[in-house]
Design a protein around this ligand. Structure first.
Ligand code: ADP
Length: 436
């Protein structure tokens, strides 16, 4: 062979190598992308393969649910063989390549079939077909194997991504469901705790009510007798010429006896919280009337009222008892602000729940956490002897409960307290019994 021919051949070979190299780099670049749209990516690779392996036509057949997609039944058996053996296969016409039907697109003279395998997973096959009998060189086969390996890795990676995305979506869904369940559980626990708290208070109050009724009854009569005798004695003291010291002592006895009478009166109203004299009434009017008669007395202690009253529906209740509740809450607010301050009284309506709410807020001492569960207990007081009986809140709690409502407190030690009276609104009475 002459030197010129040899040079021409080696130039051809060099060109061929360069083209193959370019395709490999292109395929490599394509498969390097995150395979979001796998179909598009595979189509682009197949197009590149058509160019490099010309005049062969390149096709890709993927396994779906264990079956090879769209190919002639005759040739499919051969493809399956290549896939099962996991080895490349070349076929020529005469090996009964296909059905030979006129419409069949698989009627090619020469086939190369390479299985697409990733690890142990069979993915499909890649075929090169030619209408003419032609030679398929060993180095072309090596190039084909390299590209097919890239395709297999890309498909596997894409499927892994899809599976991961699905798992992620499943996890996120499960997480959302768990969070929802958690929130519902949290709400139920809070509701249960509130109900439990109210049950404990109600039980304590019921027991205390029974005891108070008996006790008040027993004490009230003798106290009445003692007080009236004392009043007579004090009236006649000078006539009998009793020494001043004795009169003063009798006065002290009378004061203390009056205090006992006041306490038993409180006990009686606590145990006899009946619903007599119930009528539809406007809480705003009761608030205004009560604050009007307390205003000057409270001003002496440097306490002001600030009323923020919304238009609210009427409630069904006993005006004296509800007034008593307000007086108790106002007095406690006043006592909590020794240096003076403002008692904010706010009325509002919760139309959804058909409830009316009155908030009494102060900026006083607040209530320590460990004390919050005890303030509604009868006789619980932190006030000096003589000024507190410890009955105000327990009586108020019982009254509001008997009205079908609830009395709540929110308090921050050092920053004041807010007591809320919540009552069903009359105009939208839940069972209609209260409607006029
Ligand atoms: P009393 O007023 O006779 O002590 P209560 O039953 O009305 O009885 O109140 C019980 C206790 O609850 C009070 O002694 C006080 O410690 C606490 N308390 C009630 N209201 C308030 C308030 N607004 N601020 C701070 N503490 C309060």
């Amino acid at each position: 062979m002459s030197g010129r021919i040899m040079r021409a051949r080696s130039e051809d070979l060099y060109e061929q190598l360069q083209r193959e190299m370019a395709v490999l780099i292109k395929v490599n670049n394509l498969t390097g992308f995150l395979p979001v749209k796998l179909d598009n990516l595979l189509r682009a690779i197949i197009k590149e393969m058509d160019d490099i392996f010309f005049p062969f036509k390149c096709e890709l057949h993927l396994l779906t649910e264990g079956r090879l997609e769209s190919c002639c039944e005759y040739i499919k058996a051969e493809y399956c063989k290549a896939l099962n053996d996991q080895l490349p296969l070349t076929l020529e016409q005469g090996d009964r390549l296909c059905c030979q039907a006129e419409s069949c697109t698989n009627c090619y003279q020469f086939h190369v079939c390479v299985p697409l395998i990733a690890g142990i997973e069979k993915l499909g096959i890649v075929t090169l077909k030619s209408k003419q009998k032609t030679e398929f060189k060993r180095d072309s086969m090596e190039l084909l194997l390299a590209v097919v390996n890239q395709i297999a890795a890309t498909i596997q990676r894409a499927r892994l991504f899809a599976r991961l995305a699905q798992e992620k979506a499943n996890l996120e869904k499960a997480n959302t469901e768990i969070n929802q369940l958690n929130q519902e559980l949290q709400k139920s626990i809070e509701q249960l705790n509130k109900t439990l708290e109210q049950l404990v208070i109600s039980e304590r109050l019921a027991a205390a009510g029974q005891l108070s009724a008996n006790l008040a009854h027993e004490i009230n009569n003798p106290i009445g007798v003692i007080l009236s005798r004392l009043e007579w004695l004090l009236l006649e003291a000078e006539e009998y010429g009793l020494p001043q010291q004795v009169i003063e002592d009798m006065q002290v006895i009378a004061n203390h006896t009056e205090r006992i009478a006041k306490t038993t009166k409180g006990l009686l109203s606590f145990s006899r919280q009946t619903l007599d004299r119930m009528s539809p009434l406007d809480l705003n009017t009761i608030i205004i009337e009560t604050t009007d008669w307390l205003r000057s007395q409270f001003l002496r202690k440097n306490i002001r009222f600030d009323l923020k009253l919304d238009t609210i529906p009427r409630v069904f209740g006993n005006p004296e008892q509800l007034e008593q509740v307000l007086v108790n809450l106002f007095s406690n607010a006043k006592d909590a602000m020794a240096e003076g301050g403002v008692i904010i009284v706010r009325s509002k309506v919760d139309t959804d729940k058909k409830m009316v709410q009155v908030d009494v807020s102060d900026s006083g001492t607040g209530i320590p956490d460990e004390m919050k569960s005890r303030i509604f207990d009868p006789f619980f007081t932190t006030k000096d002897k003589g000024s507190g009986t410890g009955l105000g809140l327990s009586i108020s709690y019982g009254i509001i409960e008997n009205h079908g409502g609830c009395l709540k407190v929110v308090s921050e030690p050092g920053n004041g307290s807010c007591f809320s009276v919540i009552l069903p609104s009359f105009d939208s009475g839940k069972d209609g019994n209260w409607r006029e």
